[in-house]
Design a protein around this ligand. Sequence first.
Ligand code: BGC
Length: 268
Amino acid sequence: MSDQPLKGQKALVTGASSGIGAGVALALAAAGADVVVNYVSSLAGAQQVVDEIKAQGQNAIAVKADVASPDEVQAMFDEMMGAFGAIDILVNNAGLQQDAPFTEMTLAQWNKVISTNLTGMFLCTQHAVKAMLARGIVPGLSRCAGKVICMSSVHEVIPWAGHANYAASKGGVKLFMQTLAQELAPHRIRVNSIGPGAIQTPINRAAWDTPEALASLLKLIPYGRIGVPADIGSAAVWLASDAADYVNGQTLFVDGGMTLYPEFADGG
Ligand code: BGC
């Protein structure tokens, strides 16, 4: 892969004001892409990512939109087209948790997680794919007409007690992604997922911010360390690049081995 495999390409990363989304936005920019940094509440966080990208010499803008709102998503794409004129890479990253034991989970908690984590991907991907289809392949820019990367989770395969809404959303992402990959391949649009394990971000602070919590988390990670957003950023760059041109409909787990049934290492 060249130093800047995404040179000249335009990317949108949803939920990019912190955590994994911020790490992915920075990595795509370092690989040569201009980036729309979407956020829903933290303008300050998004602006910091934009400033860092600009300091590296790429273009970036912060755009506020709740990915679950059709009108806000429409406005975000209008703004991106106005500013950048195209979309080559969509990273559906925006996601959240609202955890509760199943019998206590409210319908509002269920709906909030499904609408952000799953319906948000539907809305953003539909806009992106329409634009990719309308433009087609640009010779010299990329071998395909567009790339969609869905931020899934190890919980698209690992059931997770106390997180029925979140696990259901990620299970949904799996077949959403695979179905689109099958449907859009003839148009040379690649659709893949990244399945992060435990990455040190605000979403899972309780799992790493005390030595006891971290020690118990590490029992689930054979590789022996918690992940960082840059681990996901480099996976996103590769998946978006022509180096992965024959990769379609896959979930790339970036999890230090969390999906390897670590409890069987000395059991079973
Ligand atoms: C969740 C994190 C969790 C990780 C591993 C992620 O999808 O958002 O809270 O630490 O999976 O269980």
